[in-house]
Design a protein around this ligand. Structure first.
Ligand SMILES: [Zn+2]
Ligand SMILES: [Zn+2]
Length: 158
């Protein structure tokens, strides 16, 4: 036990993300220590709920530091550092453009600034090397498609 924070630090093995893990003889499976402790001291974890660490110490097993929350609450909790939350809370891009509907690149999971994306594209096209490479690529694609068409015609006429 950590005397300052009161965390019960799990001395055993840990799962990939840092949660304490142990083997339960009862159910003959590996279990997360914090979930196991929560169920032991506080009762069953409702279906679809995560057990959140209020102390942010993933291998802590102090039931007073644990609470059952929905996954969304867990991700969005004030002490959470998850990428989803950090992104959702961003109001401006690094260049200071507001991240509001209309200025977001659509179809992406994280929120990208449209103004910056447009700027980057413009800057790329202003570079003659990029333009050259791009034109060569397009030409190659065209030739490739023509070759394929020719080949198909040749097959059909057989
Ligand atoms: Zn703790
Ligand atoms: Zn921007």
């Amino acid at each position: 036990m950590d005397s300052i924070t009161g965390c019960w630090l799990w001395p055993g093995s840990r799962a990939g993300v840092g949660y304490g893990q142990t083997y339960s003889k009862l159910i003959r499976k590996k279990v997360y220590v914090h979930r196991f402790v929560y169920e032991h001291y506080r009762g069953e974890i409702p279906e679809g709920f995560d057990v959140d660490h209020l102390c942010c110490v993933r291998h802590c097993a102090n039931p007073d530091h644990l609470r059952a929350v929905t996954h969304m609450e867990n991700v969005m909790a004030p002490h959470s550092q998850s990428t989803a939350k950090v992104n959702a809370e961003k109001t401006h891009c690094p260049q200071g453009h507001p991240l509001i509907p209309g200025n977001l690149v659509s179809g992406k999971r994280h929120r990208d600034c449209k103004t910056c994306a447009r700027e980057n594209k413009r800057r790329r096209w202003a570079d003659p090397r990029y333009r050259d490479a791009r034109e060569k690529q397009l030409l190659w694609m065209k030739q490739y498609q023509e070759r394929r068409r020719d080949a198909r015609r040749a097959m059909e006429s057989l």
